[in-house]
Design a binder for this molecule. Structure first.
Ligand code: ZN
Length: 177
């Protein structure tokens, strides 16, 4: 069973602001809130495990915003060479740390991995094919609290979604057939 997490919050959208190249070399900076740093670390370490070297330490801004109507959960913006992610701080964009991680990896997928387009394809079992799905961000979270009475755990799906994030041609896993 898959929760239609964003039905009330609206779909994830991405705004691309492409500015004309500047003749001067642009300075880029790194500014990430402490509580979101672990998600960046996860992306970098998972990339390294897959032979992808991601260098974000001089070019990434993550800040809170987009909370006016709760429509957007996040956006990736390119300001010249500067990568900038804005995250909706209202927690209806994530119900727990697991979902928040999926949202952050989705946004970093747009910004850091240049996965510009959403991929709303489904796996044979009806689960989302990709963390880059534009409507669902709870691909490996759980509709119930992991510690709650109705305990469940979808974290066994996480490795596939990480593989797919770095390689969209990753075949469907056994659990999705
Ligand atoms: Zn998106």
């Amino acid at each position: 069973m898959r929760k239609h997490f964003l039905s009330s919050a609206g779909i994830l959208l991405i705004f691309w602001m492409l500015f004309a190249a500047c003749t001067k070399e642009q300075e880029t900076i790194y500014s990430v809130p402490d509580e979101l740093q672990s998600f960046v670390d996860t992306l970098v370490s998972k990339a390294a495990q897959r032979g992808v070297r991601l260098e974000l330490s001089n070019n990434l801004i993550i800040e809170y915003g987009l909370n006016t109507e709760g429509i957007l959960c996040g956006s990736c913006v390119f300001v010249g060479k500067q990568l900038k992610i804005e995250i909706n701080q209202q927690n209806k964009c994530w119900s727990d740390k697991i979902t928040q991680e999926a949202l952050m990896l989705h946004m970093l997928g747009h910004c850091a991995l240049r996965r510009i387009d959403h991929d709303d394809a489904l796996l044979p079992n009806g689960d989302a094919k990709s963390l880059m799905n534009g409507e669902f961000i709870d691909q490996y979270a759980c509709i119930f609290d992991l510690s709650g009475e109705n305990n469940c755990n979808n974290l066994y799906k996480r490795d596939y979604y990480l593989d797919e994030l770095f390689d969209p041609d990753t075949p469907a896993p056994d659990w999705a057939k």
